[in-house]
Design a protein around this ligand. Structure first.
Ligand code: 13P
Ligand code: ZN
Ligand code: NA
Length: 282
């Protein structure tokens, strides 16, 4: 069932588990994510970045996800990940997305506030929840390489939350998009301080691929209620295609290697859902 994200994430936050938010690039990944959630009775989020939507438009993803969610009995959210501006968000809202993110985190604080406020006004008028970001998540998402890392400032987080009225906040605590070049070290003290300052605001972890499961689980205990995975899913899909082609280089039918890739992504999503504690919560 296609639903909005607020109730789902608020409940996870209150009860101390997290919703898995998985980035899809195609139909097989959408189905892998929804089927994994259905088999584990887990609420789940399917999300697409702005870059993904430059390749496959939001109207197309809406049709795929609503069809897939319509077959499932668990709640499924379709979320815009790293929305890159007002127009992008507006188009996704028109397409039927049930949750959106605006990411103006690379802009100065005041501009981030102003942009997030505008998006909140539009989305909330349609009853759709909004995620925004404060602090810098390192690495590359959609080709935007962040300059180093900037931890979220807890005081700023409180002001940002009050001024914007966002529903969820993505934070920078040493997390990096893509695989990690050095061993990841999450600043759990910063997470704790942000949580104390922002009170009832569910927090979002980006860049989760490459972070050891036990660190992710600890972050969830400390107030992370939505956990984003993209790179591990993309890599798993592609490795499965490569393995299939290595076995049979004569194959010409995409449904053959795509089915194998879908199975591999589904297994990975199931393992992450178990670890996040959301299995059996739907
Ligand atoms: P990873 O690619 O590191 O899993 O990050 C995912 C993400 O934050 C999507 O917004
Ligand atoms: Zn991200
Ligand atoms: Na990562």
């Amino acid at each position: 069932t296609l639903v909005k994200s607020k109730e789902m994430i608020d409940l996870a936050f209150k009860e101390g588990y997290a919703i898995g938010a998985f980035n899809a690039e195609n139909m097989e990944m959408v189905e892998a994510i929804v089927e994994a959630a259905e088999e584990l009775r887990a609420p789940v989020i399917v999300q697409t970045t702005s870059g993904t939507l430059n390749t496959t438009p939001p109207e197309m993803f809406y049709e795929m996800v609503s069809a897939s969610a319509g077959k499932a009995t668990v709640p499924v959210v379709l979320h815009l990940d790293h929305g890159d501006g007002f127009e992008r968000v507006a188009r996704c809202l028109r397409a039927g997305y049930t949750s959106v993110m605006i990411d103006a985190s690379k802009k100065p604080f005041d501009e981030n506030v102003a942009t997030s406020q505008e998006v909140v006004k539009m989305a909330h008028a349609m009853g759709i929840p909004v995620e925004a970001e404060l602090g810098i998540v390192g690495g590359k998402e959609d080709g935007n390489e962040a300059e180093g890392l900037a931890y979220t400032d807890p005081e700023e987080a409180q002001v940002f939350a009050d001024l914007t009225g966002v529903d969820f906040l993505a934070i920078g605590i040493g997390n990096v998009h893509g695989f990690y070049k050095a061993e990841p070290h999450l600043a759990f003290d910063v997470l704790q301080a942000v949580r104390e300052k922002t009170g009832g605001l569910p927090l979002v972890l980006h860049g989760t691929s490459g972070i050891p499961d036990e660190d992710v689980a600890k972050a969830v205990r400390l107030g992370i209620a939505k956990v984003n995975y993209a790179t591990e899913l993309r890599a798993t899909f592609t490795e499965a295609v490569k393995a299939y082609l290595a076995e049979d280089s004569q194959v010409i039918d995409p449904k053959k290697y795509n089915s194998q890739a879908k199975r591999a992504v589904k297994a990975l999503v199931k393992q992450k859902i178990q670890m996040l504690g959301s299995a059996g919560k739907a």
